[in-house]
Design a protein around this ligand. Structure first.
Ligand code: GDP
Length: 338
């Protein structure tokens, strides 16, 4: 057991209590303000965000968390709009969060762009948040996880985490959701790409979208993908991945899709897999925060800041080994801690 008598520096600041109350009362402004706070990289904001997250923790975890991915043009936003409106019609509240690591390069995110989900974005039971536009994939993912908890505390019971098909971001998203959905086009080229990149292995449900264009081709793609999936080993012992052909644009097949998600959710909950998965994800998340916290403490150390450039230069010129350089800089941090 850890030493509970050591005071934690993570506490809810008095001024943030109102923010917590606002989130729990589902006030949209409190929700947006809290998410802006967790997205901030300022150290004092990071600490306030940690206190806030601690305070809302008992009100989190009661949603279905789905990752949704696909190549650009596969129909992600059309699908999310159709699915989101369908679910709101059944009494759910739907939050859409995006993870787009390329947004840190372009300075903006096409994912989670409200104009792409015209009707959903103005619906009071929906909340759409584009990807944070700064940081590495890991950093963006940490902030999206935090935003997910805030949305849950604000009463959203379906969380859709959207990402674009670039391989690494899918694996990251799969590590923070209950189930992962891959949207494919009904042509073999798209299937092969996904299989090659290893994305199919993490998918629990594959959607073959745009089935309205050529229903026979869509059915063929569905059958081929189902055949390919039966040959791959899926991570879960309690679920065999399924392939659903549908048309997001015509709003056809959305009920069948959701039926599969409900079946999956039941299989994961009754077997205990859902709880085990979420526990594992929480520990992975803690490590991700420790890694990024250590890295930023390292970079903020005054002696590291002073010497980093010259030491890097010595390594690149062959005057110092990488190991000697790394230990020299790490020793600065250790000396500061001691
Ligand atoms: P994203 O880049 O993955 O978000 O893809 P979009 O949702 O923006 O869709 C790309 C294009 O495909 C748009 O022009 C959509 O109108 C179209 N589209 C999406 N779903 C369907 C569908 O089910 N059938 C047809 N015919 N077109 C679709």
């Amino acid at each position: 057991m850890y030493d509970e008598s050591t005071p934690s520096r993570v506490t809810l600041e008095a001024s943030d209590q109102a923010l917590v109350d606002g989130i729990l009362k589902r006030h949209p402004r409190a929700l947006a303000k809290a998410i802006t706070l967790v997205e901030s990289t300022r150290p004092d904001h990071r600490r306030r965000a940690a206190g806030l997250l601690d305070a809302i923790l008992p009100h989190t975890g009661r949603s279905i968390r789905l990752g949704i991915s696909g190549s650009p043009g596969a129909g992600k936003s059309t699908f999310i709009e159709a699915l989101g409106l369908n679910l709101i019609g059944r009494g759910h509240r739907v939050a859409v969060l995006a993870i787009d690591p390329s947004s840190s390069i372009s300075g903006g995110s096409i994912l989670g762009d409200k104009t792409r989900m015209e009707h959903l974005s103005v619906n009071p039971d929906a909340y759409i948040r584009p990807s944070p536009s700064r940081g590495s994939l890991g950093g963006v993912a940490d902030k999206t996880r935090e935003a997910m908890l805030i949305c849950e505390a604000a009463g959203f019971d379906v969380i859709l985490v959207e990402t674009v098909g670039v391989g690494q971001s899918e694996t990251t998203v799969a590590g923070m959701v209950d189930a992962f959905v891959l949207i494919q086009l009904p042509n073999a080229g798209d299937d092969l790409q996904a299989i090659k990149k290893g994305i199919v292995e993490v998918a629990d449900v594959i959607v073959v979208n745009k089935a309205d264009i050529d229903p026979d081709a869509a059915e063929l793609a569905r059958a081929q993908l189902a055949g390919a999936l039966s040959l791959l080993r899926h991570a879960s012992p309690n679920w065999n991945p399924v392939v659903v052909a549908l048309s997001a644009a015509r709003n056809q097949g959305i009920d069948e899709f959701w039926g599969e998600i409900e079946r999956l959710r039941e299989a994961f909950s009754s077997s205990g897999e859902l709880e085990a998965k979420r526990r594992r994800q929480s520990v992975d998340w803690m490590w991700s925060l420790i890694d990024s916290g250590l890295r930023s403490r390292f970079r903020e150390n005054p002696r590291v800041r002073r010497d980093l450039d010259s030491v890097s230069r010595s390594v690149s010129e062959g005057a110092m080994t990488a190991a000697a350089a790394a230990y020299r800089l790490l020793d600065y941090v250790e000396a500061a801690d001691g």
